[in-house]
Design a protein around this ligand. Structure first.
Ligand SMILES: Nc1ncnc2c1ncn2[C@@H]1O[C@H](COP(=O)(O)OP(=O)(O)OP(=O)(O)O)[C@@H](O)[C@H]1O
Length: 270
C-alpha cells in the first residue's frame, strides 16, 4: 500500500534529517515508528503527507508510492483525497471552533454528503464524547479529548492510511491506553496506520510492525514482538519500565472500568 525507498530529507544545507529510509506498510498494517527526539520521525510523516514543502529549505529525494502512485509531486490535499490522512503532533484543533465545526473541517476527503454523514456517525461511535460535546468550543476540551477530536477530524476524510504523530504526547497513562485501544479499533475497521511514538510501550502494544529511527536512519526493523525482545529496544526505549508500565497500565484500566461502571457505562470496560 505504502512503499518508501531511499527517502532522504534535508532542511537547508546544514540539517540532514533522513539518510535513506525504506518502509513498507500493508493495507492491514499498523506500523510504529520509534525513536528519540530529533531522530526524524515527524520528518518521515511530513514527507508522506506532502507537508514537508511547507518547511522552509526542505529538500527530499527518493521514492514514496501509495498504491503504486508517486506522492512526491502531490500537494497535501491531493494526498488526503487519495486516502492518506495525517494527525499532526500537538493535536492542533481549531480552539475557537466547536467540536462539530472541527469535524466538518476534516471532511474534505469525503466525496459526498452521505459519506460525510457516515464518517461523522463512525467518529461519534468511536468517540462518544465528541457527540456529547458537539456544540462546545474545542479549546475547552481536555488534552485527551482534543487528541480524540484531532483523530476524529482525520477520520472524517475516510482515510485508508492514517498517519499519527505522537498521539500519546502529554496525556495521562489511562488516556494513552484508551487512545491505543481506539487506534486498534480504527485498524480493525479497515484503516492502516503509521504510528509515530516516543512512548515505545504504547506503540509496541498497538502496532504489529515497527522501525526504530536513530539520527535519520533505520536502526532496527521487525515485528513488534521481535523488537520488544530486542536488547537494544529494551535498554533504550523500554528501559526496564516495561514491567512497571504494564502494571501501571493494568491498574489504570481497572480504575477506568470502576469509574465507567459507576457512571453506568460499559463501553470502555473491555
Ligand atoms: N523545519 C525544520 N527546519 C530545520 N530543521 C528541522 C526542521 N524540522 C526538523 N528539523 C531537524 O530535523 C531533524 C529531525 O527532526 P524531526 O522533527 O523529524 O524529529 P522527531 O524524531 O520527530 O523528533 P521529535 O520527537 O522531537 O518531534 C532534527 O535534527 C530537527 O532539529
Amino acid at each position: 500500500m505504502l512503499s518508501i525507498r531511499d527517502l532522504r530529507v534535508r532542511y537547508g544545507r546544514s540539517v540532514a534529517a533522513l539518510h535513506g529510509i525504506d518502509l513498507d506498510v500493508s493495507p492491514d498494517g499498523v506500523v510504529a515508528v520509534l525513536g528519540s527526539n530529533g531522530a526524524g520521525k515527524s520528518t518521515l510523516l511530513r514527507a508522506i503527507s506532502g507537508t514537508l514543502r511547507m518547511h522552509r529549505g526542505s529538500i527530499a529525494g527518493g521514492d514514496i508510492r501509495y498504491d503504486g502512485k508517486p506522492l512526491g509531486r502531490l500537494d497535501p490535499a491531493a494526498i488526503v483525497r487519495l486516502g492518506v490522512v495525517g494527525v499532526p503532533e500537538g493535536r492542533q484543533v481549531f480552539a475557537r471552533m466547536t467540536v462539530d465545526e472541527n469535524l466538518r473541517a476534516g471532511g474534505i476527503g469525503a466525496r459526498s454528503a452521505d459519506l460525510r454523514a457516515a464518517a461523522r456517525r463512525r467518529v461519534h461511535e468511536l468517540f462518544p464524547v465528541l457527540a456529547e460535546r458537539a456544540k462546545q468550543r474545542a479549546g475547552l476540551l481536555s488534552g485527551g479529548e482534543q487528541q480524540m477530536l484531532a483523530i476524529g477530524r482525520a477520520l472524517m476524510s475516510g482515510p485508508k492510511l492514517l498517519l499519527l504523530d505522537e498521539p500519546s504526547l502529554g496525556l495521562a497513562p489511562q488516556v494513552v491506553e484508551r487512545i491505543g485501544k481506539i487506534i486498534r479499533e480504527i485498524h480493525a475497521q479497515g484503516t492502516a496506520v503509521v504510528l509515530v511514538e516516543q512512548n515505545a510501550v504504547m506503540a509496541l502494544n498497538v502496532a504489529d510492525h515497527a522501525i526504530v529511527l536513530e539520527v535519520g536512519r533505520v536502526a532496527l526493523a521487525g515485528t513488534t514482538a521481535e523488537l520488544a525482545r530486542s536488547e537494544d529496544v529494551q535498554r533504550l526505549y523500554l528501559g526496564g519500565h516495561a514491567e512497571s508500565q504494564a502494571t501501571a497500565d493494568a491498574e489504570a484500566r481497572d480504575a477506568e472500568i470502576r469509574r465507567a461502571r459507576s457512571r453506568g457505562l460499559t463501553r470502555w470496560a473491555g
